[in-house]
Design a protein around this ligand. Structure first.
Ligand code: ADP
Ligand code: NA
Length: 337
């Protein structure tokens, strides 16, 4: 039986948005605090190797990686409680990814829906890195024998692939239980925050319209304006949860309020039943500003001292390496390297 260990990563590809915060980073902080009671480490990684799949400008990538670390800390991750580090500073990720490239099957990879979305129409022109991205993700997780991975709903299929790779590795090399069957933790009321402009699309960094997402760097005016202009249908808020079923935009805004105020959607509906969005939206904007303003301010302070961030990340990489390197030694031994 593997000890409880939580791992997750976020790509340093520009500003974090409210979907990343509510679906991932806010959960990371909760799990960090739970670990104080349950035991086990929490590791959170700036996955800069993954960011290469979109060919960022080198200087931009370096800057985004530091800014992501600052955002993590500003959101409540504590380098004394969690291991915060850059993927590229720990060799295990790239090493294990190659071994897993030789375990994963092309047929499995061809079923990955995120690749199809990201590659778009011209799939032949996509990089091999973009295609193999979920294998690197499996390596990120299993290099630490992580047992739990908090992520948004969009990552569910990649976690299934991680388990398939672990299962095949354990079986092929006759090592039952060598890698754990990692559990995705897709929990809470905001596992899939939707675009503010289109209730059928998830909120995403890659959406061309900045009005579609709230960035953690947005100021109070920008947040209020984006929520005021968010698409809704003309009906007031429903009397019961069932009334949200066919109303994706309304459901999204209710979910955002619930997540920001640590309530269930039923509690939010209980408070707002029958009231118009013209009243709900300003309340949601106030709540969002109140929640994000301290994060925003802390991010600014941290970004003013990149040397400090680099120190935090270097320490984190040492701690991460101390866990992963012996596991990679075992893997090399098992596969005959
Ligand atoms: P993006 O999808 O914006 O490029 P990442 O792929 O780096 O961001 O995802 C970072 C984390 O944020 C992942 O755990 C992912 O599941 C989560 N996430 C991304 N978008 C959303 C969203 N709209 N709602 C909830 N969680 C999300
Ligand atoms: Na994603």
């Amino acid at each position: 039986v593997h000890p409880r260990r939580v791992f997750s990563g976020v790509q340093p590809t520009g500003n974090l948005h409210l979907g990343n915060y509510l679906g991932a980073v806010k959960r990371f902080v909760e799990m960090q605090d739970e670990a104080a009671e349950l035991g086990g480490e929490t590791l959170y990684c700036m996955v800069d190797l993954h960011a290469l799949t979109i060919n960022p400008d080198p200087a931009e990538l370096r800057k985004s990686t530091r800014e992501l670390a600052a955002a993590f800390i500003a959101c409540g991750l504590d380098p004394e409680k969690s291991i915060l580090f850059n993927q590229s500073q720990v060799q295990a990720h790239a090493e294990l990814a190659w071994i897993f490239n030789c375990v994963a099957r092309v047929g499995w990879m061809n079923r990955m829906t995120q690749f199809k979305e990201k590659a778009g129409k011209n799939r032949e022109a996509a990089s091999v890195g973009l295609y193999a991205y979920p294998v690197l993700m499996a390596a990120d997780i299993l290099a630490y024998r992580a047992t739990h991975v908090p992520v948004g709903e969009d990552q569910k299929q990649h976690l299934e692939l991680t388990r398939d790779i672990a299962t095949k590795f354990n079986l092929d090399y006759g090592q039952p239980g060598f890698f754990p069957m990692t559990e995705p933790l897709i929990e809470g009321v905001a596992t899939r925050v939707m675009s503010l402009r289109d209730g059928s699309k998830k909120m995403s960094k890659s959406d061309a319209s900045d009005m579609s997402r709230i960035n953690l760097t947005d100021d109070a005016d920008a947040i209020a304006q984006k929520i005021r202009k968010a698409r809704t249908d003309p009906e007031p808020l429903p009397e019961t949860l069932d009334g949200l079923a066919e109303r994706p935009e309304a459901k999204n805004l209710v979910g955002i309020m619930a997540a920001l105020s640590n309530r269930t959607t039923a509690e939010v509906i209980g408070e707002w039943a029958g009231k118009p969005f013209s009243e709900f939206k300003p309340a949601l904007a106030d709540l969002a500003v109140e929640s994000l303003a301290p994060i925003n301010a802390r991010m600014r302070e941290l970004n003013a001292d990149p040397g400090h961030i680099d120190q935090v990340l270097a320490k984190g990489a040492d701690k991460a390496d101390a866990i992963a390197a012996p596991i990679i030694d075992e893997v090399y031994d098992v596969v005959g390297l």
